[in-house]
Ligand binder design. Structure first.
Ligand code: ZN
Length: 552
């Protein structure tokens, strides 16, 4: 029978991790709980770790289990491969049953961009994305999707095959979202030259000295992983604690670290006003290579502090502080609100257009995949926001959804809904809708259906017709009919431009529908422009309409 590599979900990790950055070496002992999520009883499990690590032992109830170790090509790991242990379980595991397995493995984690370079990405560029490594001076290693430094159970992922890598990685995250993860990291050595900080997640290290010998220990854990990819970092950081923020910067980056420290207070004030007071710890850690792509996992942000960019520091802190104030197990709420808050902060500092420009960058992340949904025939194709583990959706599309909600119901009502949100009460998929509806006293079922519970692609607005006319008293009126050719409805803003000015107004246009409204203008209207950029559309080129001059 064919091996079903995704039959088992690892529902619990309890790992002891020994790190030796000088040797680039990692050794792990621990226990994992495997649950059979397939429909059939299973006797064999394929446990996978990075191809640069080697399996040492697999046991159950203290007794060694037979296993065969083999390489398995997959782009889910930075090396482009996994070390797979095909393990014979002591007994057949029935569907929904679990088994605890004791594991041991070790090996090296070096900088490796193979999965990118073999599809043609130049090495110099690839290593800025694929920056995971252990080294004597700087160690930073991300979890599943980057480096399988803890076991995973996945089918092969391939970078060259369209979206296969992301599909496999997203499926893995969805399966592990409810898993418990616990790790104790330990780093020991002798002599004076040691890293100052060992980070696992957002929690820093405790250190112990025994004469010349020393050890650094850091514990991290999540009762449910959600979108977190457990990450560890160790370097000779300068630590600055300004609760809830811990800032870890490298020598020579003092100006950048100061920029972050200075950005904290205004960011705290802003986030508190919208999301409540941030209290859970957050951490921002520096990169040795200033070109490394920033990365975020839960409440740990890795971002270079080589440059002092106060605008960037501000929005980065706003994002993490929202996580601190607003825990949620729903990715579109947890990350969507944090990205929405970045846009709000941009508006606070640079006006609405600055916020819309910022959101425009997010639109490019998901507009192409939404175009495919729009032309596909299956109604439930695509990625409903409510359950997706695809980053472009739960970050970028979700940011727009929150922004549209805010434009529809206003700041006061949305703040009230957010203020009433409790992660532990968020069990019903319609919980968020009900909170916003209660605060806004408005039915939003159609909006949540089109944007959250289903993926109906994006709307496409155009001006269907415009009739300028004049009342008997000489008042100028335009009757505007807007058409939405897409399958998702929205409340769309539009501008009526006339000699000497413009009026901005809004109109709710449901999917595959038209809606009509009248607008009074002080002088003859000349142009209608639909959408100020706050509603993501598939086509932005058909949004302006010039009103033909009336010939008498
Ligand atoms: Zn985030």
């Amino acid at each position: 029978m064919a091996l079903n590599r995704e039959a088992f979900t690892i529902t619990k990790y309890d790992l002891q991790v020994q790190l030796e950055p000088d040797q680039q070496r990692l050794g792990v002992r621990g226990k994992i709980t495997l649950r059979n999520d397939s429909a059939l009883a299973e006797k064999v499990v394929a446990l996978q770790i990075s191809s640069s690590l080697n399996w040492r032992s697999v046991r159950a109830d203290g007794k060694p289990l037979q296993f065969v170790s083999q390489p398995y090509v997959s782009d889910i790991d930075h090396t482009g491969g996994l070390s797979e242990a095909i393990v014979a379980l002591p007994v057949e595991i029935k569907p929904k049953d679990s088994v605890i397995v004791e594991i041991g493995y070790e090996g090296l984690i070096a900088l490796d961009a193979t999965r990118l370079t073999r599809v043609g990405v130049p090495e110099g560029v690839a290593k800025h994305t694929s920056w995971d490594q252990m080294s004597p001076t700087f160690t930073a290693v991300r979890g599943a999707g980057y480096v399988a430094w803890y076991p995973i159970t996945t089918e092969a992922a391939d970078f060259s095959e369209g979206n296969s890598l992301f599909e496999v990685a997203d499926r893995w995250k969805a399966r592990e979202a409810g898993s418990e993860f616990k790790a104790r990291l330990n780093l020991t050595g002798a002599g004076g030259d040691r890293p100052a900080v060992l980070l696992c997640g957002a929690s820093g290290s405790g250190s112990t000295d025994f004469g010349r010998d020393w050890s650094l220990t850091s514990d991290c854990g999540w009762t449910a992983l959600g979108t977190v990819a457990p990450t560890f970092v160790t370097a000779d950081y300068v630590a600055l604690s300004k609760p809830p923020l811990s800032l870890f910067s490298l020598a020579g980056h003092e100006a950048g670290a100061t920029t972050y420290a200075n950005a904290l207070e205004p960011a705290m004030k802003f986030v508190s006003g919208w999301f409540g007071k941030p209290s859970a710890p957050i951490a921002v850690a520096d990169f040795a290579d200033a070109n490394s792509a920033p990365f975020e996992s839960g409440t740990l942000l890795m971002a270079s502090m080589a440059a002092a960019d106060s605008k960037l520091a501000g929005i980065n802190l706003v994002h993490e502080l929202v996580h601190s104030a607003m825990p949620s197990s729903r990715p579109w709420v947890y990350e969507g609100l944090a990205h929405f808050a970045e846009a709000l902060y941009r508006q606070d500092q640079g006006g609405r257009q600055a916020a819309l420009d910022f959101l425009g960058i997010h639109r490019s992340a998901f507009v192409d995949s939404e175009k495919e949904v729009a032309v596909s025939t299956g109604k439930d194709a695509g990625q409903p926001l409510a359950g997706t583990f695809d980053e472009t959706y739960y970050r970028s599309k979700a940011a727009y959804v929150w922004w549209m909600l805010r434009d529809m119901v206003g700041d006061v009502a949305l703040k009230q809904a957010i203020g009433n949100y409790r992660a532990e009460e968020d069990r019903d998929p319609k919980y968020v809708e009900k909170l916003v509806e209660a605060a806004a006293k408005r039915d939003l079922g159609w909006f949540f259906d089109d944007w959250v519970y289903r993926d109906r692609g994006l709307p496409d607005f155009r001006v269907q017709s415009v009739h300028p006319w004049q009342t008997e008293k000489g008042v100028q009126i335009v009757t505007v009919t807007l058409e939405n050719r897409g399958d998702a409805g929205a409340e769309i803003p539009f501008r009526v431009i006339f000699a000497g000015g413009e009026i901005m107004t809004r109109l709710e246009v449901r999917a595959r529908s038209t809606a009509t409204t009248r607008v009074e203008t002080p002088s003859v209207a000349t142009q209608i422009v639909v959408n100020d950029g706050s509603v993501p559309e598939v086509d932005l080129t058909n949004n302006a309409y010039t009103i033909p001059a009336v010939t008498k």
